[in-house]
Write a protein that binds this ligand. Structure first.
Ligand SMILES: CC(C)(COP(=O)(O)OP(=O)(O)OC[C@H]1O[C@@H](n2cnc3c(N)ncnc32)[C@H](O)[C@@H]1OP(=O)(O)O)[C@@H](O)C(=O)NCCC(=O)NCCS
Length: 202
């Protein structure tokens, strides 16, 4: 599990997913990935605002998601700076085509479900291209295994399909009606979490 995970610059054997280890060069040697704490919310909110602008979740929404499933709300820190974060929930996998069908995440969160849904993932622009998001996704797989879940699903912008594929995800189907007013093309993607595959390697 990634609690207080402290990673020195990794070698090939512990490089997350299928990312070539060259991707990990320059990773902060003090990078740690832990579950988020309530006092992290202002910093997470500031990053969410930077990345999402007016579309970003407000602090109360982020707090509600942390209360909903604290084990699935992960933060990457580098020397007390928040380098990135992700939020997730457990649900019983269900078909959907539009964001408004699933946007009330705390209502849909179901600890008895079989699937992790990745709500959002972001990395501070200053920390990008160093494998921080890959490490967060690697740790999310451990969360899924800990809860004996079958898969992780997410909705990806078309431009991030290769990024998610490099992290072990595959396309399930396009979701052309997900955000009818947005210009980007979203895709449902998933990563299977094989049973008994252990808690440390992908
Ligand atoms: C997507 C994101 C989380 C990646 O974080 P990261 O820590 O830089 O990712 P990693 O270092 O693990 O992997 C980087 C690689 O992913 C791919 N990638 C990342 N963002 C990309 C983008 N916008 N378009 C195309 N490829 C991208 C590239 O292959 C990149 O490698 P490169 O920098 O050598 O070109 C980050 O760019 C981000 O926060 N973006 C804004 C928020 C967002 O879109 N979140 C996803 C919601 S579905």
């Amino acid at each position: 599990m990634c609690e207080n995970f402290v990673q020195e610059r990794p070698g090939r054997e512990d490089c997350p997913g299928d990312i070539p280890c060259g991707r990990c060069r320059g990773l902060c040697e003090d990078l740690s990935i832990t579950t988020a704490r309530p006092e992290d919310i202002p910093g997470i909110h500031a990053l969410e605002q930077e990345v999402e602008g007016g579309h970003g979740a407000d602090q109360e929404t982020l707090r509600a998601r942390l209360r909903m499933f604290p084990e699935g709300f992960l933060v990457a820190r580098c020397r007390d700076r928040i380098a990135g974060y992700l939020e997730s929930m457990i649900w019983q996998g269900r078909p959907f085509s539009r964001f408004r069908e699933i946007q009330d995440f705390p209502r849909l969160h179901n600890p008895a479900g079989d699937e992790l849904y990745l709500i959002f993932l972001a990395v501070d622009p200053e920390f990008r291209s160093r494998g921080v998001a890959g490490r967060l996704l690697f740790c999310l797989s451990d969360v899924g295994r800990k809860f004996s879940l079958k898969r992780i699903r997410l909705v990806a912008k078309e431009e991030l399909i290769l990024f998610y594929k490099a992290n072990g995800f595959e396309i399930v189907r396009p979701l052309p009606d997900f955000h009818p007013c947005e210009s980007f093309r979203p895709y449902l993607m998933q990563k299977h979490l094989p049973e008994n595959s252990g808690a440390v390697s992908d």
